[in-house]
Design a protein around this ligand. Structure first.
Ligand code: HEC
Ligand code: HEC
Length: 213
C-alpha cells in the first residue's frame, strides 16, 4: 500500500517544486530585469515564447489587447482574480512584478501574432457562429462580436477571444456564470447567465478555429 502511493507522492513533489522554482526565478523580484527577459525565462514555460501556448491549460496571450493583459496581471497581483487556476499559478508569479514590468509584458504579448495549430478541425460550428454574431435573443444573450469585435480580436478592455483554446474559453465562461471569482467580469456574468454548457462549447469551438486576424 505504502509502495503503491509512493509514485504519486513523488510526482506531486516534482510538480510543486517545478512551479515554486519558477516563482523563485532570479528574473522575478528584481525591478531592474526587463519585461522581455521575464517573458523568455519565466512566462514562456507555460504560455509559449511568442504567447501561443500549446496546452489548453495555459491561455494564449499572443495578440491579446494590451489593456486587458495589464488589467489581468494586476488582478492576479492584488488577488482579486481568484479562479482556482489563476490562484494556483498566477498569484505567486505576479506577486513581485512592478507596474513597469507589467506594462512591458502586456506590450510584448499584444505585439505577437496569434496562431492556431495546422491540424485544428476548422469546420465552423453553426450554432457557435450564430451565438457569436447574433447571441441568443430568446434567452437574452447578447452577440459576442458587439463587445469582442467582428473578428473576435478584442478592443481595449474587451479581450481577444478569437483563436483562444476552446477548453480555456469554456472554463472561463463557467467561472463567470457560476462564481464571483473574476470581479472585473461582472458584464460577462450577465452574458453567460443563460448559456447552456452546449452553447458554451459550440461558441468556444467556433472561436478557437476562427481565421487568424
Ligand atoms: C506555471 C505556469 C505559468 C507560468 C510560468 C505563467 N503563467 Fe500565466 N497563466 C497560467 C495559467 C494556468 C493561467 C490561467 C489561469 C486561469 O484559468 O484563471 C494563466 C493566466 C494568465 C493570464 C490571463 C490570461 C487571460 O486570457 O485572461 C495572463 C495575462 C498571464 N497568465 C500572464 C503571465 C505572465 C506575464 C507570466 C510571466 C510573468 C505568466 N503568465 C507565467 C500559468 C502560468
Ligand atoms: C457587453 C459586452 C460583452 C459581451 C456582449 C460579451 N463579452 Fe465577453 N467579456 C467582456 C469583458 C469586459 C470581458 C473582460 C472581463 C474581465 O476583465 O474579467 C470579457 C471576457 C470574456 C472572456 C474571458 C477571456 C479570457 O481570456 O479569460 C470570455 C471567454 C468571453 N468574454 C466570452 C464571451 C462570449 C462567448 C460572448 C458571447 C456569448 C461574450 N463574451 C459577450 C464583455 C462582453
Amino acid at each position: 500500500m505504502r509502495n503503491a502511493l509512493l509514485p504519486v507522492i513523488v510526482l506531486a513533489a516534482i510538480a510543486t517544486a517545478g512551479c515554486s522554482s519558477l516563482e523563485r526565478s532570479r528574473a522575478l523580484g528584481d525591478p531592474a530585469v526587463p519585461a522581455q527577459s521575464i517573458a523568455m525565462q519565466v512566462c514562456s514555460n507555460c504560455h509559449g515564447v511568442d504567447g501561443n501556448s500549446v496546452s489548453p491549460n495555459f491561455p494564449k496571450l499572443a495578440g491579446q489587447t494590451e489593456a486587458y493583459l495589464t488589467d489581468q496581471l494586476k488582478e492576479f497581483r492584488n488577488h482579486r482574480r481568484a479562479d482556482p487556476a489563476g490562484f494556483e499559478y498566477m498569484w505567486g508569479l505576479s506577486r513581485h512584478l512592478s507596474d513597469d514590468q507589467i506594462a512591458g509584458l502586456a506590450s510584448y504579448y499584444a505585439a505577437q501574432k496569434a496562431a492556431i495549430p495546422a491540424d485544428l478541425d476548422g469546420t465552423p460550428s453553426v450554432r457557435g457562429k450564430a451565438l457569436f454574431e447574433g447571441g441568443a435573443p430568446d434567452k437574452g444573450v447578447p452577440a459576442c462580436n458587439g463587445c469582442h469585435g467582428t473578428n473576435g480580436q478584442g478592443n481595449d478592455k474587451f479581450p481577444r477571444i478569437a483563436n483562444q483554446h476552446a477548453d480555456y474559453l469554456v472554463k472561463q465562461l463557467m467561472v463567470f456564470q457560476r462564481t464571483d471569482e473574476r470581479p472585473e467580469g461582472a458584464i460577462m456574468k450577465t452574458v453567460a447567465h443563460e448559456l447552456s454548457v452546449d452553447d458554451m462549447t459550440q461558441v468556444a469551438r467556433f472561436l478557437e478555429a476562427m481565421p487568424v486576424k
